[in-house]
Design a binder for this molecule. Structure first.
Ligand code: FES
Ligand code: FES
Length: 162
């Protein structure tokens, strides 16, 4: 049994310790946002946030997560009440098939939490490990810029003239 904090709630899971987090999320906890793409840490579709950092859940054994905090797309808003990252992706129509989008959103969310003023260069570099076979990269970038504007603490903007 492993106990981890998923989207703010303590969850105890029975999967064997070497089970990848991705399978635990999808098969045991019913959280299907994170996607299986390659299973090898090479596409980014399965990305979630662990203790503030973007990780590939397909190559993260659940035994490494005892007591740690995991955030998935389900934890940053819902279809009834989408969070800033989700609103921005909808507004920019960033998804084509949508398969890569949850991973993109989670890596961008982690980046903007630690650097709300991330430059375009920093955003591009951060998203480097993520593949989008539909080629909607430019819309994804626009969505992340829009989310950044929405997520920035307004106080921090005071005096910047923006
Ligand atoms: S499914 Fe995890 S990186 Fe591709
Ligand atoms: S929107 Fe289809 S893979 Fe990115």
């Amino acid at each position: 049994m492993t106990t981890l904090i998923v989207n703010g709630e303590s969850r105890s899971v029975t999967a064997s310790p070497d089970t990848p987090l991705l399978y635990v999320l999808r098969d045991e906890l019913g959280l299907n946002a994170a996607k299986y793409g390659c299973g090898l840490g090479q596409c980014g579709a399965c990305t979630v946030i662990v203790d503030g950092k973007a990780v590939f859940s397909c190559v993260t054994p659940v035994m490494m997560l005892e007591g740690r905090s995991v955030v998935t797309v389900e934890g940053i808003g819902s279809s009834d009440d989408p969070g800033p990252m989700q609103r921005a992706f909808i507004a920019e129509q960033a998804a084509q098939c949508g398969y890569c989008i949850p991973g993109m959103m989670m890596r961008a969310q982690a980046l903007l939490k630690r650097d709300p003023h991330a430059s375009d260069e920093a955003i591009r570099a951060e998203l480097q490990p993520h593949l989008c076979r539909c080629g909607t990269h430019m819309r994804i970038l626009r969505a992340i810029r829009r989310a950044a504007e929405d997520m920035r603490p307004k106080a921090a903007e005071a005096g910047t003239g923006r």
